[in-house]
Structures are given as structure tokens and as C-alpha cells.
Design a protein around this ligand. Sequence first.
Ligand code: PLP
Length: 421
Amino acid sequence: MSLNIWHPFTQHGLGEPIREIARAEGAALYLADGIRIIDAISSWWVQTHGHCHPKIVAAIQDQSARLDQMIFAGWTHEPARKLAEGLADFLPGSLDHIFFSDSGSTAVEVALKMALGYWHNLGQPRQKILVMEHSYHGDTIGAMSVGARGVFNRAYAPLLFDVGTIPFPEAGTEQDMLDQLEVFCSDSTDPPAALIVEPLILGAGGMKIYSPAILAQMAAICRVHDVLFIADEVMTGWGRTGTIFACQQAGVEPDILCTAKGLTGGVIPLAVTAASDAIYQAHFSDDRAEMFFHSSSFTANPIACAAANANLAIWRDEPVQDRIDAIIASHRAFSDQLKRKSNISGLRQCGTILALEIDDGAGDYMSDLGPMLLGFFRDRNILIRPLGNTIYIMPPYCIDPADMETIYAAIEMAIDHFTTS
Ligand code: PLP
């Protein structure tokens, strides 16, 4: 007898087929019988260079034979030290300190704790966190609290803390959002500790895009009012939006930045929360009560750090930016083609991410179209997991033009299939 596996974000009661993957390579996953599935969403946005990149695989093999896991409180190791050196060339310049954890959600929890710890240790405790409507920051309690409320977290509402919410800057309403941010930030009776945002594109909230200019203005308002600016680059980081980090397109230097997913090329879990010197100094003291109280058993796992070092080497040594630029150009050409279709809306692109809505009249995450589209693409051996009626793609950078064409053709077929029948 075997125990039943309970899968994430899966309603087992609907009897969704769950296929078993035997191996992966580049932009593809393979079933045991050799059937090839194109991974059009980088396996939930994690894979950047492609599955089983030989340099990352080799780094993991080498590191696991030398030093597998060790306590990181009061001890250190070479892979972490090398990663700290290497990240200095990739992260925005103002972020001098890195704190390790294991996932995007924990990177966000760490960021929130750093922000509150900062104000607490300065002797000016602040409670309020500002967030953007439709945001997603993870599924742990703090991360859910700063994310959008809805069907995903309704049952857990008693555990979630209150936040101040600014609207998403839909086209034409940007000034309204900035004004509301200004009001929150200038509230001297309850000054916010921080604003946390997904820069340039909100992922799970529906691949909603806003401009670098708006991001820059949000950061400027926070700066003027001394509200910490937290950039959650868990999805946007490592090239997804066209630059290594999305903040770079807006010239924004956040006080705290969260990165995970693509940090190891998406091969093995690791997260970093990077912080400015001011945040670190607020915790630096001869008083043990002011240290940063956070850890997990696997903090800075050496094997994961070695994978991240291999990821940095790939960015340095391979034409990663050229691959990204090729995807951007390819998406543009496909978008021009799609503009002729009348039964879609919201066609948009942010770097390597392309999204659109199929007009089904319902239009949210719980739209019945979501599972139908998932099945439609699964039947054609393409991994695309729509967000309700929103179809998006976010391929690994190694994908070749033939696979891109197969994906585009399947999307066109899906549009025709679900809007004419
Ligand atoms: N933040 C953002 C912007 C994300 O997109 C995600 C996951 O998709 C997370 C945080 C949570 O990351 P993880 O699933 O690794 O906990």
C-alpha cells in the first residue's frame, strides 16, 4: 500500500489526470515512454536556462560530495561566501547584505521581519505594511497577509494581519494610485513600515503589467516619506522582464529585495533577501535582543549555494541576454499576428512574459475555462497553466524557435476553439 500524494493547488475531487515526468532537458519534460512536453512556463517560473543545465548539475554533484549541509548560525562555508561575492555584480548597488532562506515565500517573510525589526530597533515601532491590489507574495501566513485576499486564502482569514492596500495602476488611473500611496505614506498617526510590490508585473494576480515610470514614482514617494521599499523580485528576477532585475528598468534601488526561483537557475530551492546597510545597521549592536531573529534548518544550504554560483557563471559566460532578447522579439512578432483576432483582450508583454485573456465573460482565476485550457494544452504536450481565462507563457531562455512556434500555434488553436464553439 502507498500513501496518497496531496498535490499543490490541485482539486483532487475533479479527477484531474496527474502525469508522471521521468526526466527533463532544456525546454522539455519527458514522460517515461519518451513523450516530450514543452515547458512553456518554466515549471512555475523557476527554470531560467533550461532543465538540467550541465554546469548546474555538475556543481550540485561536486558540492554534494564535499559538503552537503551544515548549520549557518555562527558558521559559514565557501559556496555562500562565493555567492555573496558574485551577487554583488548582479544586485542593485545599495543592497550590501544578504540573508538566505529557502523559497520565495520565506524570502518575503524575512523581508517583512527585517522591515519591522528595523523600525523596532530604531525605537520608532511601525506596524503597517502597504501592498498593491492583486499582489501575490507566497503562501505562508505573512506572505498571504500582504497578498490579495480571495478564494485562495478565505479559510485562513483569521490568521492574516491587516495591511494598507493601494489600487493596481490600471491605465488612466495611475495618478489615483500614487495619490493614495502618498496619503498612506504621509499619515503621521500610523506611519507605514514598508511598501512591498512586485515590480513591473504582478504574476499570480493575473500577469498585470505597469510601467517602469510608475514603479519609479512609487519608490520616490516612499523615499520622501521614509517608508521602506521592498521589491519582491521572486518571479521578475533573473531576466524575466528583460533585465536581470525588473527594478533596474526603473532605476529603483529598493531597501530590501527578495529573490528565489531563478537564483539557482531554478534547479534547487534557495532564496535571498538582500538589504541595505541601514537595515543591517539597525540590527547590528552589542545587545543580543536586537539581532535578526530568523532561521531555518537549511539556511544557505551549500549544495543550493553551489547551484546559484553555477547560475551566476552561466550569466557571465553564456549569451543569456541574447537568448532573452530573441524571446522578446519572437513574442512581439506573435503579438502582431494575434492583434488580428477579435475574441481576445488584454494582449500584453513584459520582457519574456506574454499574456492575454480569452473573452469568456467570467474572467477570473476560478473561471471554468482555466482547467479546460490546461487540459487543451496538456493534450498537445505543452505545459501551460492558465490563470483562469488568462493564458500566459514564460519559457526558459534556451527554448528554440521551433518550440516557440508550436506553443504559439497551440495558443491560436485554443483561442479559436474556446471562442467559436
Ligand atoms: N513572490 C512572488 C512574486 C511569486 O511569484 C511567488 C511564487 O510564485 C512567491 C513570492 C512565492 O515563492 P515560492 O513559491 O517559492 O514560495
